[in-house]
Design a binder for this molecule. Sequence first.
Ligand code: HSE
Length: 435
Amino acid sequence: MKNKPKKIGVGLVGFGTVGQGVAALLSDAESPATAKTGVHLRLLRICDVDLERPREVAVDSALLTSRLEDILEDEDISIGIELIGGVDGALAVVEKLLRAGKDVVTANKALLASHGAELLKLAESVGKQIRFEASCAGGIPLIGALEEGLVANRIDGLKGIVNGTCNYILTSMTEKQESFSRALSEAQEAGYAEADPTLDINGMDSAHKLAILAMLAFGTQVSLDNIYVEGIDRIEQTDLAFAAELGYVMKLLAIGEVHPEGISLRVHPTFLPRGSLLAQVGGVYNAVSVYGHATGETLYYGMGAGRMPTASAVMADVIALARGPDSCRCRSLSEWTGRKLPIVSIEDIESRYYIRVTALDEPGVMAKVSGVLGSKQISLSAILQHESEPAKPVPVIIMTHLAREGSVREALAEISELDVVSEHPVCIRVAEESV
Ligand code: HSE
């Protein structure tokens, strides 16, 4: 005899961009998820503080409530989805959902990066799960890959583009010469940016995601303080143009690497060789490359933000919970709360560098600048200067071979003190191999 479809009640907290996408998928009478899994999900309640704002997705008004208790107290709801964003309010919602005996799905990377360990402990103590596929890289099933598809691998490193808004901005500035502010407005209008887009452009959203990915990949607790973060807020068109001239494309990368001494975690703008795969990831797309000891490199690509891609990831977790207890998940997650690998400081990282020095166009300038670099054991691989009007400061571009970050920082501090240099040099890391 055929099994009867399993009916699972779901409560949604947060009816914004992604919440509406989830409501649309949950209300789809032709749901591919139901057809594939036999699980029949029922959206029983949608809670939001603002029920007046017009929405693009229509739902039965009887589902709407501004009282979280309507979800907490509904015994037919076994899964709560948190999509309100932010940290403090969301923390309270997730704790209440778990304590009310609901499994939780969240897309909230800021919450997980700052309170992940304590929430996982709480979930374990009440015998519930918290799942978060949508927290990293939008619609790409990256967390599932780390936890399941790559489970046989020791992960030696990962790197990628994990913020769709920044990638959209950098792509528009590079390909259409758009201004930073116009590109950001477009990303906001498309629903890619965070409620506070500062978190996107200052790199913190990428850092939140890197904290989660690194915890899963390397089986270690990570605090945000362990991550070196530089955003794209100070990027200038000049450097994008020089990048193009030198055969590079700028991307904001999140990088986690295993070293003999520990792990290094960083988010920063990076010049990638134009022909590399990551360099060709444009617009709101994300891509993350993961190095497993058995697989070698694997690459995950897709829409990193936006209503439906993110809703798809939320639904993957809801379906996984509805299908039954997950044997794989809790074990790897409980390591978050235990092991803490040493962190390798950014000063000890080696990279190639692009350095833009704004200097007077007069005899002896290059000798002074390259003298400082040489004194720090930094070897130059290329130098570029265009002819300019006499007596005006001119940009001089210096590309280095591999150098230690600490030495580069010391050199830049000395160069900025030179009387022939008019401003602090711009410095951007250059990825040496093509991924
Ligand atoms: N603001 C985020 C981004 C949304 O642009 O990638 C997805 O996490």
